[in-house]
Design a protein around this ligand. Sequence first.
Ligand SMILES: Cc1cc2nc3c(=O)[nH]c(=O)nc-3n(C[C@H](O)[C@H](O)[C@H](O)COP(=O)(O)OP(=O)(O)OC[C@H]3O[C@@H](n4cnc5c(N)ncnc54)[C@H](O)[C@@H]3O)c2cc1C
Length: 401
Amino acid sequence: MSAESEDMHQEASESRALVQFRHQVRQWCVEHIPPDWRETQTGADDEQFVAFQKQWFAELHSAGYAVPHWPAEWGGGMSVAEQVVLYQELAAHDAPRLVLAFVGIHHAASTLLVAGTEEQRQRHLPAILDGEIWVQGFSEPEAGSDLASLRTTARKDGDAYIANGQKLWASGGKHADWCLLLARTDPDAPKRKGISYFLLDMTTSGVEVRPIRNAIGDSHFCEIFLNDVSIPAANLIGAENDGWRVAQATLGAERGMTMLELAERLGNAGFRWLVQSAPVDDPIVADRLAQFETEITGLRGLCRKVVEDNENGTASPADASIVKLFYSELLQRMTDFGAEIGGLPAHTELAKPASSGWESGAWVLDFIGSWEWTIPGGASEIQRTIIGERGLGLPREPSAV
Ligand SMILES: Cc1cc2nc3c(=O)[nH]c(=O)nc-3n(C[C@H](O)[C@H](O)[C@H](O)COP(=O)(O)OP(=O)(O)OC[C@H]3O[C@@H](n4cnc5c(N)ncnc54)[C@H](O)[C@@H]3O)c2cc1C
């Protein structure tokens, strides 16, 4: 199907209001997406990357497109159908991705909305819209999949908690203003019962961030060391020792709602890149592409269902894991295929624009980066366990407490 007839087919099945909205977003994309962003972001240094990310976020925000999934009272309120249209158009016009704002608009926002006090929401949600950057400080050297084994402590001391410990793999840590921090407040309680959830100002004395160089040479994720860091008790989110329950909102956002955009990116941009660089006359290649197209259609359907079920309060506890597992493994298969058919250039032209996702068309780098999705927020094995236990009602893993 040509792009034009695909558009007509898409529009024929949409309401008038939605078609209008699609045209409005399309026009906005044409007028606002910097046409040269791929060039300027290729080889960009940290400062250029951060400045560009902030500027792009501000652009989206001023159009009302930065946080469509937030409640209307906080600047969002788009229907699921509108969000899908927005993400389809941003992907189709190859818009830059929001990399630095990601944890703020998804993880921090959902946590604040589910468990924050009104004061915490008033303090942080508008600040996120003004460009405040967040990092997730959950994992530790001995606590990844088994997150509840975390050893960072926070000891109550008057109106504050004194935190000590080490966090690992904190994405975007070196640019972050605030951190979603899990720390142990009751060392004697069963491991999931003694954890509390804090909002940590990254400028606090005793916070040290050390970037880690990853497989493609970036230092996006970091270690965070906490040495006698004083966190005001007002920055506790949820009740003391109830952090494990609160953390499920953060992890749910990572596994579920974020996928609506990622599915559209993969569907539009990823598939298009793949078709453009693939020898489609080859029947084996054509067959693989058709298979990907089918899987992407399935992914889109799954994502929509999860978001709608969440809105209607009918979500099942394993839904978000199903979507995350399916998306991340499909991304890996597609980027692997891109590297396979991309020939020598895919392996030698190793330049990926900052501010793009892992469907950038730099296939080898995309493939390496695609592991970013099968490991964090619960690796694929863990997602399968969640689906088995919480979705299918299978017996629990013997070690789970
Ligand atoms: C790119 C990237 C970005 C990240 N960003 C962040 C971030 O911003 N903030 C943050 O807090 N963390 C972040 N992480 C950390 C991430 O959440 C952990 O890496 C992840 O939870 C896995 O933990 P681990 O690395 O300790 O591996 P391990 O837990 O040691 O797991 C190693 C392997 O064993 C398997 N395994 C472990 N336990 C089981 C089990 N019970 N059953 C079956 N298989 C099992 C795992 O699936 C995995 O394959 C990031 C990681 C990556 C790779």
